[in-house]
Design a protein around this ligand. Structure first.
Ligand code: ASP
Length: 514
């Protein structure tokens, strides 16, 4: 069976098993914390293991707020552990509860509800979650070695400074253009659909919101330069600084005299070969890893949490679909002459891995293999463009940032006297572009970067925490779009470099090749 059919079958099987677990195994929502009675009124929540383990220990809470339905339904006074238990019984896994502290003690704290670890469903999911964790750990293990060796080998392989400049300029031009187009599609759609206007989100009114100081993008730029190379190499979220160092290192390898140049270049070429061979071994596990991941993801959260935010989710999905099925294929056809449909089929193993891991960086080994072997783009182009693309080129994330921020702004505009001016919208566009560049290729990175934009617009960050409940499915979709755009970019750049390669040698290569 061809690899993409194999992965797809396992994916579908994973979703089915997850849905079966959801349907047949009752599992109450669980806060992952236990109650202790403090002296005086109110109740103290001691953080335990599980989703809420990040709650501060020993905080005292007076009420829990549920962000859905009518205002009366939303606020639950917590006078005894039974009140909390009764509230939990009504809640869904994945739902976010806001715990209110005493007057004047700051904003409510979000508590994400998880699956009760003592439930049958959690017990059945356990082995799948274990398998999924192993698969993800193997992929994570590959990220730094692949990014570092491929960029150094790529830059030294490109040769002279002139060639590097030309390839770099083309790659960046493609990345900026597609990200901007994606953002504009998102902006048009979110203004058309207006999912935020009068949405029943029940966030606290704007006036009392806590404003954080403006986070600046200058910081992102500063962080790009590693203070300690080994520190960055040991952090999968610090890919921007790894790339920065690898580009510089590679460039200066080309600047030293022989025999040093040839020695170091040869060493990195060989290292890259070894890492890719290692990746090939691990990639044999894709179908099973993808299966375990989907059982876990689908089995864990109920679908009920999505209801209040459905319109928002549909807007993001609509824009992602438009960008990946209209904008990118047109660009691919126009700039490279490759048939988008055939290219899509060839890229499917990478896209399915992106969907199940929600991480461009973890997908990178698969993307490299797929674009080279199934897409037939030269190693010279892939080893330069794809590792860069996995971190910098995130069309789906850029579009999502734009929609998410404007969605929340629409909500605040309809519930307070906040106004999102055209100037403000323009600022969102620019910041969404920068945020997508700064976001790491790991799950939920886009949501974290959204905080920077919200604080620059002086909107409370609480809104983004609400979007957390529905982030996973959107993250899966936007990561597919991120990887799809990277792969189209590789084809466009390869063709502009005069390569005959992309898909010319007939159909996608057989199953063994990616
Ligand atoms: N998960 C995305 C990626 O790795 C980033 C994001 O959260 O938008 O591409």
């Amino acid at each position: 069976m061809q690899l993409h059919w194999k992965v797809l079958s396992w994916m579908v099987a994973g979703v089915l098993v997850g849905v079966l677990l959801q349907t047949f195994l009752e599992a109450p929502a669980w806060a992952g914390a236990r109650w202790v009675d403090p002296p005086g009124p109110g109740i103290e929540l001691a953080a335990g293991r599980g989703p809420s383990a990040n709650l501060p220990d020993g905080e005292k809470f007076l009420a829990a707020i549920r962000r859905r339905g009518t205002p009366e339904e939303q606020r639950h006074a917590l006078e005894s552990p039974e009140d909390f238990a009764a509230l939990l019984a009504e809640c869904e896994n994945g739902e976010v509860l806001w715990l209110e502290r005493g007057p004047g003690e700051g904003e409510p704290l979000p508590l994400t509800l998880g699956l009760d670890p003592d439930s049958w469903r959690a017990t059945v999911i356990g082995p799948f979650a274990f398998a999924a964790d192993i698969f993800l750990a193997l992929l994570k293990m590959l990220i730094v070695p692949i990014v570092f060796t491929s960029i150094v080998a790529g830059v030294t392989g490109i040769g002279s400074g002139r060639d590097l400049g030309r390839l770099g300029a083309k790659t960046f031009a493609y990345y900026v253009t597609t990200s901007l187009l994606a953002i504009l599609v998102g902006q048009a759609l979110v203004n058309l659909v207006q999912p935020g206007t009068d949405a029943p989100l029940g966030l606290s009114p704007l006036a009392g919101a806590e404003l954080v100081p403006e986070a600046s993008f200058v910081d992102v730029l500063k962080r790009m330069i590693p203070q300690n190379v080994f520190g960055s190499l040991s952090d999968n979220a610090a890919m921007l600084s790894v790339i920065f160092f690898a580009l510089l290192f590679g460039f200066f390898v080309t600047q030293v005299d022989e025999p040093h140049r040839a020695r170091v270049a040869g060493l990195f070429e060989s290292l890259f070969e070894v890492v890719m061979r290692l990746a090939q071994g691990i990639l044999k596990l894709i179908p099973y890893g993808v299966f375990a991941l989907l059982v876990e993801i689908v089995g864990r959260t109920g679908f009920g949490v999505f209801a209040p935010l459905l319109k928002y989710m549909l807007t993001v999905t609509g824009a992602l679909v438009f960008h990946s099925c209209v904008t990118l294929p047109l660009l691919l056809r126009w700039r490279s002459g490759v048939s988008p449909r055939r290219w899509f089929r060839a890229m499917s193993p990478a896209l399915m891995t992106a969907f199940s891991t929600s991480s461009s960086s973890m997908t990178l080994p698969v993307t490299l293999e797929t674009v080279e072997l199934r897409g037939r783009v030269s190693n010279r182009v892939t080893s330069f463009t794809l590792p860069l693309g996995a971190t910098i080129n995130m069309d789906g994330t850029a579009l999502y940032e734009c929609i998410g921020v404007i969605f929340l702004a629409q909500y605040y505009a309809s519930t307070s006297d906040y106004v999102l001016t055209p100037g403000g919208q323009a600022m969102v566009v620019v910041m969404a572009l920068l945020a997508s560049v700064g976001a790491a290729g790991i799950p939920s990175a886009g949501l974290v970067m959204m905080l920077t934009i919200l604080s620059a617009l002086k909107l409370p960050l609480e809104g983004a925490a609400l979007l957390l409940a529905v982030d996973r499915p959107l993250d899966m979709l936007r990561t597919v779009v991120n990887v799809w755009s990277d792969s189209c970019g590789a084809a466009v750049v390869a063709r502009s470099e005069g390569e005959e390669g992309p898909l010319q040698a007939g159909d996608p290569a057989p199953a063994s090749s990616a």
